[in-house]
Design a protein around this ligand. Structure first.
Ligand code: ATP
Ligand code: MG
Length: 900
């Protein structure tokens, strides 16, 4: 194999082919969103999708696997963001190649395969490869002499290139408890001319890059002190694709390989920098290339920019790239151009990029446009804050939090800017501020974390029940698809976080049975409710969930008697509620298909809720649906309902389903075998939900609302079955009552209402006319009796029920009828606010009595202001009850004028 000429894509494939030739099964990369794991924000290693296999709660029909896994290390325990842009080996998004043995081969083969692939297949010079092996600095866990032995057997390997390292580098643990073991890492020497390595800390310098980590899982940690050997031992390895490609292509940077250079060059094309200029200012190029790739892959997996959790990360990545664009003179949104190159480069290995091309590019551009509007203000505000700091001060969490919630500036960017000026930021304070903001604004949980203690309790319970033979290796059997009732013994009861033997009336409890038929919230479908009952007791179940892999738990309250562990129980799902849910779920698939047809295939599902009383469906689309479109969608769904299609539910290999065009949804965990649901030739989805037998079971589908939830995401809400009937029924009732009030029938309701509205408008006009006439008559009467202030004739009056036109009309008429030395000020209240209109005759204007000034003065008591021409002016205010006072102040103003 000529490695020098291999492309990155070929290198990825050659890794997979090598392990397939050694009996491994190729497993597709799982989503960047870890399915069914609330403790992890992103998939950050190849082993994530196999975690349950190591825990012994999941089994596969193979014992050797290989893959290339999409990983993100930008949050939580693994966060490499600060290295990205600074070095040539760390990315936020990267591909981790791996091979696994589940209780099959062990250290000997794992080391042998790695050595053979690197040195024989890829022909890397043996003397450039260094390895590390575990030796416990605390002297408690045995040194991994086995690994040393197998390394020494590799042809051309010499033990002076082997070093021992301690727990931090070379002992791998999944968590505080659980499977763990020593690892052995392979490092590559970029500068052999510097001579032999004598000090192991050299491995940590730029001269070396770590490329491959081989983990040997052989213990189960029970407590900080206690390690038990595992019955079956496993291998878990991770090789950074970008790093090995750089080495094989003879490059000194991941960014100069054919996996990333095209991205860098695409940026360069926009900036017009020469190669020298680019290399002298390489950081922005690295950041933009890295972030464009990460954003494209995130959005392809359904993670769009937003304010919480994963969505926040996507937002931060796009915004950070945009800001670094500013460092190389890019002022307009540009990242979609780079993301387009990402799609071109990676679409064969990751078809989800191709399928979502348009949405990826549009989403990125929209996010940049939004940020473009606030970035400048955000930076100015931040600069102000930084100006106030003394050297050594830290920017407070309340400030960084506010910069995000008010100006949309993510913490990571605030930190970049602060550091450029030599300041640190309080990152924990930011988290606290965000948490407070989230609570104030009623949002969901910011970072999604399960209580550790609960996980532990149920994990131990699972192991105990398995050891006693009460549960098998798969744990609680989950089958919500066949029956709605099931019988079995109560295996465990938990009250207030502790295992109990029995419970009392009113106790909140968690109940474990060997098998459950309750559906557990997934794919938008809500959990079932129902009952668990024994001979003389009853528990109302209001939720079901999975606190630990293999452990499915009913949550509820004892409403009668005293349930005890060992009692025979019958669990029954609330069947009526469940059937409502099934109708809504089947309708959701029909809706998805109808949207495809009416507005186009880009309408991809971005979230859904399938509840008993309604369904909610979010999808990607840039504008509101027109009335015609909504009607067409509703009609299409109802047409499919009436066509009475059977739902064909078949389980098959994931790859086969995808090749056949089944739609996979984001946030779902897909195993190798998936459940597919098909109706006719228009709807084909991967779905774990429960469904009707035939489309006609949905009965009726009515859209109740259409709106937007976030930029580029629309939401449709709808009802089916019983809820749809009730909606129609109550609408009918209202129409009937309205028709009765109009003494007509429902059929004439619209024409009757229109006629009524016309009549009302005419009546309103007539009334206004009459009010005006009345005002004029009142004026004429009032003229007989004008106030006299000095030699000025004054009329002040509150006119009830008048509009401004009427006041103006009356004021004009006053000026005609009192042509000399006259002033009129009128007040009224329109929609709760006080209004004034004043007019002054020409001779007085000459003497300096100006209507504009007058209303300004008179409006003071009503708490307002106004102005206008000298002859006529208007004012408004806030205190209608002070109108009389305002009018009463006019004589004082006139006297004042007369004096001056
Ligand atoms: P490093 O110390 O270089 O950050 P690591 O010890 O964190 O690496 P592992 O968790 O052992 O890495 O992951 C296995 C392999 O994945 C590494 O040997 C490396 O090749 C690759 N890798 C890890 N993190 C990154 C990253 N941020 N970007 C690119 N490749 C990575
Ligand atoms: Mg690391």
């Amino acid at each position: 194999m000529k490695t020098k000429n291999m492309t990155g894509n070929e290198i990825r494939q050659s890794f997979i082919d090598y392990f397939i030739s050694k009996g491994h099964k190729f497993v597709r990369s799982s989503s960047l969103v870890p399915g069914g794991d609330a403790t992890l924000l992103f998939t950050n290693a190849g082993m994530v999708q196999f975690k349950d296999v190591f825990l012994g709660t999941d089994e596969r029909d193979y014992t050797r696997a290989t893959n290339s896994q999409k990983c993100m290390r930008v949050a939580g325990k693994h966060n490499d963001l600060e290295d990205v842009g600074q070095d040539d080996t760390h990315h936020t998004f990267f591909e981790m190649m791996g091979n696994w043995s589940f209780g099959d081969y062990y250290k000997k083969e794992a080391i042998g395969y790695a050595w053979e692939l690197l040195t024989e297949v890829w022909k890397l010079p043996k003397e450039r490869l260094y390895v590390t092996v575990f030796e416990d600095e605390q002297g408690q866990i045995p040194t991994d002499e086995e690994a040393v032995e197998f390394w020494s057997q590799q042809e051309g390997f010499s033990l002076d290139r082997l070093f021992y390292l301690g727990r931090k580098e070379n002992f791998w643990e999944m968590g505080d408890t659980g499977p763990c073991g020593p690892c052995s890492e392979i490092h590559y020497d970029f500068h052999p001319e510097l001579g032999p390595v004598t000090d192991k800390s050299t491995l940590d310098t730029d001269r070396f890059t770590e490329i491959w980590n081989l983990v040997f899982i052989q213990y189960n940690r029970k407590s900080p002190e206690k390690l038990d050997p595992l019955p079956s031992r496993h291998v878990d390895t991770g090789l950074g694709l970008e790093r090995v490609v750089a080495i094989l292509q003879g490059k000194d940077s991941n960014y100069r390989t054919d996996l990333m250079l095209p991205l860098v060059e695409a940026v360069q094309e926009l900036t017009g920098d020469s190669d020298e200029e680019r290399d002298a200012n390489f950081t922005p190029y690295r950041v933009i290339a890295d972030h464009a790739r990460a954003a494209a892959f995130l959005i392809a997996d359904g993670v769009v920019p937003g304010n919480l959790g994963r969505n926040y990360v996507c937002r931060m990545i796009v915004r950070r790239a945009y800001r670094f664009g500013g460092h190389v003179g890019l002022q307009e949104p540009f990242l979609a151009l780079i993301a387009g190159v990402v799609v071109d480069l990676y679409q064969d290995a990751y078809p989800e990029l191709k399928q979502n091309r348009k949405i990826i590019l549009n989403t990125i551009t929209r996010e940049e446009e939004q940020f473009q509007q606030t970035l400048e203000n955000a930076t100015l505000h931040l600069e102000d804050l930084l100006d106030k700091l003394e050297p050594g001060d830290v920017l407070q969490g309340s400030d960084t939090g506010n910069l995000y919630t008010t100006y949309g500036l993510p913490l990571e960017i605030t930190r970049d800017i602060a550091r450029e000026r030599g300041f640190q930021v309080d990152q924990e304070g930011f988290q606290r501020a965000m948490e407070a903001h989230r609570l104030n604004s009623g949002g969901g949980q910011a970072m999604g974390d399960l209580g550790g203690e609960e996980v532990e309790l149920f994990h131990e319970l699972l192991q105990k029940l398995q050891a006693e033979g009460q549960l098998d290796s798969a744990g609680v059997i989950y089958d919500p698809y066949q029956e709605l009732t099931v019988e079995g013994p109560v295996l465990a009861l938990v009250k207030d976080g502790k295992l109990v033997e029995s419970a009392q009336e009113k106790d909140p409890v968690q109940v474990v049975l060997p098998k459950t038929v309750f559906y557990m919230e997934a794919g938008g479908q809500v959990s079932d409710t129902g009952t668990i009952s024994g001979e003389d007791w009853l528990i109302e179940v209001d939720d079901i969930y999975q606190p630990a892999a293999g452990m499915i738990v009913h949550k509820g309250k004892v409403s009668k008697g005293q349930p005890a562990v060992g009692d025979l129980a019958q669990a029954a799902v609330d069947a009526r509620r469940r059937k409502d849910i099934m109708r809504n779920h089947t309708a959701t698939h029909l809706l998805h298909a109808a949207l495809d047809k009416v507005i186009g295939e880009h309408a991809r599902q971005a979230g859904s809720l399938v509840a008993p009383d309604h369904l909610r469906f979010d999808f990607t689309h840039n504008q509101a649906l027109s009335d015609q479109e909504l009607l067409a969608v509703e009609e299409e769904v109802n047409r499919r309902i009436l066509e009475d299609h059977p739902l064909r539910i078949v389980s098959k290999p994931l790859q086969e389903a995808i090749d056949e065009g089944a739609r996979a949804l984001f946030g779902e965990k897909y195993g190798d075998v998936v459940r597919t649901i098909k109706m006719g030739d228009f709807s084909y989805e991967l779905c774990g939900g429960t469904h009707c037998e035939r489309s006609s079971d949905v009965a009726l589908f009515l859209i109740t609302s259409e709106g937007s939830t976030a930029a580029g995401i629309r939401r449709i809400e709808a009802v089916t079955g019983r809820a749809a009937y009730q909606l129609v029924r109550s609408r009918f009732q209202e129409m009937k009552e309205a028709a009765a009030a109009l003494s007509s029938g429902p059929d004439q309701l619209a024409s009757q209402v229109n006629a009524l509205v016309d009549q009302y408008k005419t009546a309103e006009k007539t009334r206004d006319k009459l009010l005006r006439k009345l005002a004029v008559i009142e004026l004429d009467a009032a003229l007989q009796d004008l106030d006299q202030v000095g030699d000025v004739k004054l009329l002040t009056r509150i006119v009830e029920e008048a509009d401004l036109d009427t006041l103006r009309l009356v004021a004009d008429r006053f000026r005609q009828l009192v042509p000399e030395r006259g002033i009129i000020v009128l007040g009224t209240v329109i929609a709760d606010s006080p209004r004034l209109v004043a007019a002054v005759t020409e001779d007085l204007i000459q003497e300096g009595y100006k209507a504009g000034e007058l209303v300004q003065y008179a409006a003071k008591p009503i708490g307002g202001g106004g102005g206008g021409r000298p002859a006529m002016a208007e004012a408004g205010g806030k205190h209608p009850e002070k109108l009389q006072e305002a009018l009463a102040s006019v004589p004082a103003w006139i006297k004042d004028k007369t004096k001056s």
